[in-house]
Design a protein. Structure first.
Length: 154
């Protein structure tokens, strides 16, 4: 099947089998390897992307189900050399260690802030709970999300 998507602001068409996940379409067919394949069962959140502005676990979503959707991956957040406020906050707060979960954490954090769920540390923890960090950098991740939320609200 031919699937038409807008990925990081660019219209893309890809021919694939109906059983191909959005994750595999992004990584293997479109060469966007920033989105990580973690558990491949929707449990870890490493594959989180935004689809029409909502966070989705791309390993659980078939690409054909997103026909015509606007997909944003971690590669699409920065504007040229200018990082997204969440990316800057993750660097400032050292909110990553091995980096495996980082793209999914960042995408989920962007959605968390956009959804208005970054009012307190407890709220951030609750709304980011679908993203696991094997290195246990949660304290730094929460601090980064809270910091970025202040910047985005300006």
């Amino acid at each position: 099947m031919e699937v038409a998507l807008t990925v990081n602001g660019q219209a893309r068409k890809v021919v694939l089998e109906p059983r191909v996940t959005l994750l595999d379409a992004l990584r293997e067919r479109l060469g966007l390897t920033g989105t990580k394949k973690g558990c491949d069962r929707g449990e870890c959140g490493a594959c989180t992307v935004l689809a029409d502005g909502e966070r989705v676990k791309s390993c659980l979503t078939l690409a054909v189900m997103r026909q015509g959707a606007e997909i944003t991956t971690v590669e699409g957040l920065a504007r040229g050399e200018e990082l997204h406020p969440v990316q800057e906050a993750f660097i400032r707060h050292d909110a990553f260690q091995c980096g495996m979960c980082t793209p999914g954490q960042i995408m989920s954090a962007v959605a968390c802030i956009d959804e208005g769920h970054a009012g307190s540390e407890a709220e951030i923890r609750e709304w980011m709970s679908g993203n696991l960090c094997r290195c246990a950098a949660y304290q730094n991740i929460v601090a980064a999300v809270a910091d970025a939320a202040k910047e985005v609200r300006r």
